[in-house]
Design a protein around this ligand. Structure first.
Ligand SMILES: [Fe+2]
Length: 370
């Protein structure tokens, strides 16, 4: 089998890096960008910092929903055309980044529906996109896919041309993120690293990146939750989130298959949904593939750990940042477990779980996490 390795995105990292934006736009030949973001960001210090840089001269679309829907994509595409824009600045959490990245496909082929997505069409020469995350979680800024809800289901649109032209990771922009969101998004980053590292796909470059991502999260997530102004911890989490997303080119696992229906059925934050399921899936995997989490534990700094020790460490970290188990506390009802298990089994992530899972396994895991 021939494998495919590529790490092409240019990343500018550091406190204050966003202030370089005008120079980068000049270099990229961009005159009138559209900022794509969500309404919650407009009042934040992060958005105000961007406004200061733009002199309020750039068009803004701020209608992205927390779990973006096709209508958000259509409205953002219309705003781009109305504003006669020539590039996208995707600014915010994973949702804003996903919409910002994907509207370039609609602009390139206006007559073609996005879903079902025609991977083989000519998607070259898309409008440039600068991705600037204000959370440290999804890593969508370095990803080549966007997740959009259509007809009540999360659809993944994947294409290498969706990669951003430039990524700016500025920890100053995540300083104002509240502890709860810092915890949920950070847990997502951690689980990207754990699931990609333990997925059986052959990709040693991603494996190395995932392990260092776990190390960075172990070192900084609880600190960033405790003290949002800890710029060093914020910076490490931003890098870890990008690394998690680079690593999951390898694909994810059953934790993500369980998490996706928890968002669509019950509106749980994606990171929270992952965190509430993670320890149970790890126990399930470790029982069938002993030793699977040994190097994950070492990356956390544990000394030659058993799987149980590593899982205990993950539980303790999630508990420390306020993500203690119990789906019931988040309004998940037992009557939903069957339809959610059906949808989780339909989700492709578990196909790269370290051990195979059945629909009934997923149902049992929901029950355990309840
Ligand atoms: Fe995720």
């Amino acid at each position: 089998m021939i494998s495919n390795f590529s790490f092409p995105t240019r990343i500018r990292f550091g406190a204050g890096a966003v202030r370089e934006l005008p120079e980068h736009l000049k270099t990229l030949g961009i005159h009138k960008p559209l900022i794509v973001t969500d309404p919650g960001l407009l009042a934040t210090d992060a958005f105000k910092a961007l406004e200061r840089i733009s002199g309020k001269q750039w068009a803004v679309f701020s209608g992205v929903h927390p779990n973006p829907i096709m209508e958000d994509v259509d409205a953002a595409t219309a705003a781009y055309r109305e504003g006669k824009c020539d590039a996208v600045i995707a600014f915010g959490g994973g949702s804003a980044l996903d919409v910002g990245k994907v509207i370039r496909l609609c602009l390139k082929r206006p007559d073609q529906p996005l879903i079902p997505f025609d991977f083989d069409a000519d998607w070259s020469g898309l409008a440039p996109c600068v991705a600037i995350p204000t959370t440290a979680g999804t890593g969508s800024e370095v990803g080549r896919s966007s997740v959009i809800i259509k007809d009540g289901r999360k659809r993944v649109i994947f294409h290498p041309s969706l990669l951003a032209s430039l990524v700016i990771l500025d920890p100053e922009l995540t300083r104002g993120l509240p502890p709860k969101l810092t915890a949920a998004t950070g847990a997502d980053a951690l689980i990207h690293c754990i699931e990609s590292f333990t997925s059986p796909v052959f990709h040693p470059l991603c494996d190395g990146i995932a392990l260092e991502g776990i190390h960075l999260v172990g070192d900084s997530l609880a600190r960033a939750v405790r003290n949002g102004s800890d710029i060093e911890a914020r910076g490490k989490m931003l890098v870890a989130a990008a690394m998690g997303a680079i690593a999951f080119q390898k694909d994810l696992g059953a934790i993500h298959s369980l998490a996706h229906p928890l968002s669509t059925f019950c509106g749980l934050h994606h990171g929270t949904a992952n965190a509430l399921c993670a320890p149970f899936v790890m126990e399930f995997n470790a029982a069938r593939k002993p030793g699977i989490y040994r190097r994950v534990g070492i990356a956390f700094g544990l000394n030659d750990p058993e799987d149980a020790t590593t899982i205990k460490h993950v539980r303790a970290l999630l508990g420390e940042i306020g993500l203690a188990p119990g789906l019931r506390a988040y309004g998940v009802k037992e009557s939903l477990l069957d339809p959610m298990a059906d949808q989780a089994f339909d989700d492709s992530c578990h196909q790269t779980n370290p051990v195979p899972v059945t629909r009934d396994d997923l149902r049992r895991l929901y029950q355990l996490a309840l």
